[in-house]
Design a protein around this ligand. Structure first.
Ligand code: PBG
Length: 328
């Protein structure tokens, strides 16, 4: 009396479900974003990204030791400078928060991979990711500045640079500058398909990088376009990107899936601040189970095809994977 497929046979027990699991999340997949500020003795929770702090470089060692102990292989650094200018020159200051943080982390936990976000928006008075001329973000004048930032990070000891500005040609410009400065071994993880998204709101509050006028639609991608995302990724790969990223992750799982099908390089996905904040806000009200929701989200990103997931949930997730015998 079979007659139909009994798929429930493979769902009966936890052991059976573990055996047939198709997607396995591991601490190895995760990257923890870290915000660093200028100053000393600062460890200050970010209201819009609950559970995540801004650290001054001198306060980082315990945080990164814990991150590494949980099995997370990498952190992604964002800097918040104390002074800004029109062209974001603080971004390549060798004494800047990111440069100092890189040195502090490398001293505390040399094996932890330090990735740096390369962009100008946290460092410019106008909050845009490039140089402004006549009210517009100009492309080619921005490239040498981004290249200079990348070289400055590499010189401070960064293991990988991650340009997030969305200027055309920046991967090639950064690759050339790194090679010329003797950093041909430093890979580039490009924010290749980065969409103009509402989900960056909490980050901009955290990094104090809200654009003073207009928005980022003339450089970040419009959210309706998946085919264009493949062109962005193809171009970055051609220019020398070692890893390509899709950002945000959750509303762009289709883009991750297509990228996986079309490209053989590692694919990263950024589970951004707004995606994280939604989970935390709903969980704080008892409307959803935040732990289960975050695991569902991270598994969906991995199932779509991401090899690397940058997420504010990294530490809490790795801690659970660890304590529960990696059985999530
Ligand atoms: C800088 C940058 C942003 C994010 C990462 N790098 C903000 C933006 O583009 O406005 C967003 C990260 C997040 O929301 O978690 N260009």
């Amino acid at each position: 009396m079979a007659g139909y497929l009994r798929l429930r046979r493979l769902r009966r027990t936890d052991a059976m479900r573990r055996l047939v699991r198709e997607t396995r999340l591991a601490a190895d997949d995760l990257v923890q974003p870290l915000f660093v500020v200028e100053g000393r003795g600062i460890e200050q929770e970010i209201p819009s990204i609950p559970g995540i702090c801004r650290f001054s470089p001198d306060r980082l060692s315990r945080e990164v030791e814990e991150t590494a102990r949980l099995g997370i292989p990498a952190v992604l650094l964002f800097g918040i400078p104390s002074a800004k200018d029109e062209t974001g020159s603080a971004a390549y200051n060798d004494k800047g928060p990111v440069q100092q943080a890189i040195r502090a982390i490398k001293k505390a936990v040399p094996e932890l991979l330090v990735i740096t976000d390369v962009c100008l928006c946290e460092y410019t008075t106008h909050g845009h990711c490039g140089v402004i001329r006549g009210g517009e973000v100009v492309n080619d004048e921005t490239l040498p500045l981004l290249a200079r930032v990348a070289v400055s990070h590499a010189a401070a000891g960064a293991d990988m640079v991650a340009p997030s500005d969305m200027m055309d040609g920046r991967v090639a410009a950064i690759r050339q500058a790194l090679d010329d400065a003797g950093f041909s071994d430093i890979p580039i993880m490009s924010y290749a398909a980065k969409f103009a998204s509402a989900f960056y709101g909490p980050f901009r509050e955290a990094a104090n990088s809200v654009p003073a006028f207009g928005d980022r639609q003339s450089y970040q991608m419009q959210l309706t376009n998946a085919r264009e995302a493949m062109r962005e990724i193809a171009e970055d790969v051609l220019e020398g990107a070692d890893i390509v990223m899709v950002k945000p992750a959750l509303s762009y799982l289709d883009v991750i899936l297509s990228a996986r099908a079309s490209f053989d390089c590692p694919i990263a996905a950024y589970n951004v601040s707004g995606e994280y904040a939604m989970v935390k806000a709903a969980a704080a009200r008892g409307w959803i189970d935040g732990e289960r929701a975050s695991l569902e989200i991270l598994n969906s990103i991995k199932r779509a095809g991401a090899d690397i997931i940058i997420t504010y949930h990294a530490k809490e997730t790795a801690a659970r994977l660890y304590h529960e015998g990696r059985r999530l």
